[in-house]
Design a protein around this ligand. Structure first.
Ligand SMILES: [Zn+2]
Ligand SMILES: [Zn+2]
Length: 245
């Protein structure tokens, strides 16, 4: 493959990273992380593109790879911050998140500094292995089971992004807390017949998830909603007030 094609592949990959990071800007929890990651990601896009069309290939390509490694670390952290982990395995998040962030930072330093140090190489290797292991584990750890553990109880659940922090959570029927920011949310289906309906649903306060009865995907408002597919009545409530952390 020619150097130009290789550099253009780099541009495409970094553009993909930019898209992941822009997605991270939407969730309050990853807003800063995503903004920081966009700097090297955009830089790498520019560096790869100019490496493809200009003469100083070697130097530019070195910067491009280093910036891409840094951006990859941030994109990894965004993905792992928002991934839905089962309540009992949420402690894994910190390990998975930081291994990728550090692997990206160390990888960038490794590319920028041509001198080799054994201790540094070992450290980079450890973080790289932990990052790869996290990616292999991700599809298994985030598989939607349709239930969640509330202590010893198994409760049916629905999955949607926490309205406060943006992390995806499996919310158990009844009262459930966000696995990451602790927001309390009440969700019940079928809703009680005497549940009061709101006069005007607030579009700002709604979330998207699949109906627990028929599986059709839709938007559910804070308050009482009815599934357009099967007519299931579902009530959903969460607290608006921001709590200090
Ligand atoms: Zn939350
Ligand atoms: Zn339904």
């Amino acid at each position: 493959m020619s150097a130009m094609l290789l550099a253009l592949t780099g541009t495409a990959l970094c553009f993909g990273l930019c898209l992941v990071l822009v997605g991270g800007l939407r969730a309050p929890r990853t807003r800063i992380l995503a903004a920081l990651g966009l700097v090297p990601a955009a830089g790498a896009c520019v560096a790869f593109t100019s490496a493809a069309f200009e003469l100083q290939l070697e130097l530019l390509a070195r910067y491009a790879n280093g910036l891409a490694a840094l951006a990859l670390g941030f994109a990894h952290a965004v993905v792992f911050s928002l991934a839905a982990l089962p309540r009992e395995r949420v402690w894994l998040r910190g390990w998975m998140l930081f291994s990728g962030l550090w692997a990206g930072a160390f990888g960038a330093l490794w590319i920028f500094d041509p001198e080799r140090h054994l201790a540094f190489d070992v450290l980079l290797g450890v973080f790289a292995v932990a990052t790869i292991a996290s990616w292999i584990a991700l599809p298994f750890a985030t598989r939607e089971r349709g239930f969640t553990q509330h202590g010893a109880l198994t409760v049916p659940s629905v999955r949607f992004a926490c309205p406060r922090c943006g992390t995806r959570v499996d919310w158990g029927r009844g009262v459930a807390a966000c696995t990451d920011c602790g927001l309390f949310l009440h969700i019940a289906w079928p809703a009680r017949e005497d549940a009061p309906a709101k006069a005007a649903p607030d579009v700002e306060r709604s979330v998207r998830f699949s109906c627990p009865e028929c599986g059709s995907r839709g938007r559910w408002n804070d308050g009482l909603s009815t599934c357009s597919g099967c007519g299931l009545r579902l009530s959903l409530h969460w607290n608006v007030h921001r709590t200090q952390r």
